[in-house]
Design a binder for this molecule. Sequence first.
Ligand code: KIV
Ligand code: ZN
Length: 497
Amino acid sequence: MDRLYIFDTTLRDGEQVPGCQLNTVEKIQVAKQLELLGVDVIEAGFPVSSPGDFNSVIEISRAVTWPTICALTRAVERDIDVAAEALQYAKRKRIHTGIGTSDSHIKYKFNSTREEIIERAVRAVKYARRYVDDVEFYAEDAGRTDNDYLARVVEAVIKAGATVVNIPDTTGYCLPQEYGEKIKWLCNHVAGIEHAVISTHCHNDLGMATANTVSGVMNGARQVEVTINGIGERAGNTSLEEVAMILKCHKGLEIETNINTTKIYPTSRMVSSLMNMPVQPNKAIVGKNAFAHSSGIHQDGVLKNVQTYEIIDPHDVGIDDNAIVLTARSGRAALKSRLTALGVKLEQEQLDKVYESFLKLADKKKDINDDDILLLAGADRTQNHRIKLDYLQVTSGVGVKAVASLGLNISGEKFEACASGNGPVDAAIKALKKIVNRTMTLKEFTIQAISKGSDDMGKVHMQVEYDHHTYYGFGANTDIIAASVEAYIDCINKFKL
Ligand code: KIV
Ligand code: ZN
């Protein structure tokens, strides 16, 4: 068996999804879960990009023991200085530096030449090696880079001290065979390639990220860059759970990873819940329907022998079909056990608070599902908000104008307003705007009823534009009008004033 290294970039490339940013505490929670999952490398951020990213890399380095902590940079000395500083507490550290190598990047992004790009790449790697022994180089847009030139770049950076060479298909353009051949080309044409690990980094713009990654591995790559649930900019990155399960199912490939697959589902739920990013129901491995057989023929087959229609045992990915059903009569221990299964660990005091909200929700809803309790566990994120919703009353119906009255608590002071509108959400937001009197525009508004019953929680995502910036907000409530107002208030609380 050959060992494949899993490089998780959920907290860097994954976190670039608009509206899904995590605070440092949440990032630490995810990083610790990734450690339990068994990833080899955690890309913790791009330290020079913001003080928040810098701080997260510091705190993740402190919190995590086994995985290597990696920080991204451009091929710029100041970026590398800042990354090295952010990695100071990491037990194992890596600087990930690089530059665009495709002709379009060289011409339009850098207004440069192929030779000059090689010089800059070599200089950056050498500079990073002054700080750390483990330096990864990325050839951005390698997917569209001419193979001869790519081989020259890779050879030069390995000579300069790169320990890992990352071949990103940045735009998600390559076909699986083409990407595999690119990796094979490097294995066969780069002098010194045996001194470095080749890494894949595939984007999913054409839905081929996982196929390209596996093709890369079959042709010699021994590190894969992936994210939980395949999240990432645009159509996302290669999903960790898909690659891990492909290798587990296809033993003939003779490649193993350090992933404890039973932690896959809890990790997926944690990331989805903290990022407020739903997983599509038909998503491979972790989607709600991934193991649900609905047609009569399939159900009949599965009942006779599960292997007729199932290639993965759901227990292998941590899906516990005997999950305790939580109701108003469930105790703290049952709630704690379910939260643990979902990858959430709470201190006693936090657990008590979540349990209190759980009982309130259980009064309104018969069965509490996993989404509900993950929302409750994450609800304390709004506790420090300056503006909070005190109360909301709405009257609406057919043939009448909707009217809303609402109370806000702004830094301890109470405000009230009422307004009528074109529907209950419009009325409530108009009342809200009477109190928070700023020019702001609702740009996007998505309501998602979580799952089954009419008593279920509704999730609302909003984008509000204010002072030329776009802010993302989230609300969750059994009352969708209240969830909408909460989402709007969440946006306002993030305004840079
Ligand atoms: O997609 C890409 O090229 C990247 C690099 C910065 C590694 O994310
Ligand atoms: Zn990327």
